[in-house]
Design a protein around this ligand. Structure first.
Ligand SMILES: Cc1ncc(COP(=O)(O)O)c(C=O)c1O
Length: 396
């Protein structure tokens, strides 16, 4: 087990450190690996105003899902034309406010939504979300959203008839997508619709590759990197989309891929119990106040923060949160060094979907956020190339 000698040891728990050197490193890696593409950060992953401010200050765009995210984005100084909304379900007030703010474009994936957008945001640019294969993603999003190619073309026609401006396509391969071929297949599917749409006179120029970029390569080399996915994506765009890259607006919507690895969650052991033969360890963070993704099946990556971590015997334990609810279980049969009350555990890759999902059920607080390397928020200087390596050194 790891000894984390360089990690902060002075924080109360629960705390969440966000390292802006890591965010900066990832942001510029996206820009470098996908030349010509535009990063529209998926605010839902972490709507911390400092993260939004970082993206705005560095020229990135924002992908928003709600009125609250629109307001946060505008407050950070984002211009409407650097904001898109890829949430297929938008309420009328949100649509009206996006129209007022001059939001660049919004997604549609149903006739009802096309009608609603036409009514509340007349003339708006729209793109259609295709339903694509999510196999190989830890958190699939397929089923709830997206349409097939035939329906996409019908939505384009309907949108045009209602005075909207169809511009292109989007998809989402599923969050923490471990299978780069998903992007390739999705881009191939876009290509087919694209050609037919152009044949019908639509001016197609917007290709939104969604999120799904996974976190965790630095501790698990089987997880594809930003660059490894780009090696699949860029040739796929050239092969399947009938347009020059220069004439396209290629959008990346990383949430986890931008901020996930920047976050370390610090949580303490607050209780232990033997239930039958199973050892239970209770933490001050659980499913409700930060670790909701574990409830969705996301396997947590956990380290003990203790000098003697490597010398302690390994135990298979159940990790649970502090609330009275029996669903508040974070991991079953996870192997960790023997744990004692007040030990601190680190949950790696916690920069995304921890604060956002958190509620203070039973009065247990959401982890307090501590910014590290906050100078990168304002700075326009790309991170030293070794920022990621630094994170590896600290954690591996
Ligand atoms: C439309 C859309 N874009 C981007 C994202 C961000 O995805 P990820 O965090 O996997 O990058 C999501 C996540 O649910 C989403 O729904």
């Amino acid at each position: 087990m790891n000894v984390l000698s360089d990690i902060r040891t002075d924080l109360p728990t629960p705390s969440l450190t966000l390292d802006f050197a890591v965010i900066n490193d990832h942001y510029y890696r996206f820009l470098e690996a996908y030349p010509g593409a535009d990063v529209f950060y998926a605010v839902k992953a972490n709507a911390n105003p400092d993260v939004i401010q970082y993206v705005v200050n560095h020229g990135g765009g924002l992908e928003i899902a709600s009125l609250a995210e629109l307001e946060l984005s505008l407050r950070a100084g984002a211009h409407g034309d650097r904001i898109i909304c890829s949430n297929p379900i938008k309420n009328p007030l949100f649509l009206r406010r996006m129209a007022e703010a001059g939001v660049y474009a919004v997604v549609v994936d149903s006739t009802y939504e096309v009608e609603k957008v036409a009514q509340h945001a007349p003339g708006m640019r729209v793109y259609v979300r295709l339903s694509v294969d999510n196999t190989g993603s830890v958190l699939p999003l397929a089923g709830k959203f997206g349409v097939d190619g035939v329906s996409a073309l019908q939505l384009f026609e309907m949108a045009r008839d209602l005075g909207l401006t169809p511009i292109g396509l989007s998809f989402h391969v599923g969050s923490q997508c471990l299978n780069p071929a998903n992007w390739e297949n999705a881009i191939a599917a876009c290509g087919q619709v694209w050609r037919e749409a152009e044949a019908r006179g639509f001016d197609m120029h917007f290709l939104d590759l969604g999120g799904g970029f996974p976190a965790g390569h630095y501790h698990d080399s089987s997880i594809p990197t930003i660059e490894a996915i780009a090696e699949v994506v860029m040739p796929a765009i050239r092969a399947h989309i009938p347009a020059e890259l220069d004439d396209l607006m290629v959008v990346l919507e990383p949430g986890r891929g931008l901020v996930g690895e920047s976050g370390l969650l610090y949580t303490s052991v607050v209780g232990k119990a033997l239930r039958g033969t199973q050892e239970w360890v209770y933490l001050d963070t659980g499913v409700f106040n930060g670790l909701m993704e574990t409830y969705e099946g996301f396997p947590p990556v956990v380290r003990l923060l203790a000098e003697d971590a490597e010398r302690r015997p390994l135990r298979s334990v159940t990790l649970a949160g502090p609330t009275c609810d029996s669903c508040d279980v974070v991991a079953r049969d996870i192997e960790l060094p023997e744990l004692h009350i007040d030990d601190v555990l680190l949950f790696l890759d916690s920069g995304a979907y921890v604060s956002e999902y958190g509620v203070a059920f039973n009065g247990f607080p959401i982890p307090e956020v501590v910014n590290l390397n906050a100078g990168f928020i304002a700075s326009l200087t790309p991170a030293p190339a070794n920022a990621q390596a630094e994170a590896v050194r600290l954690i591996a």
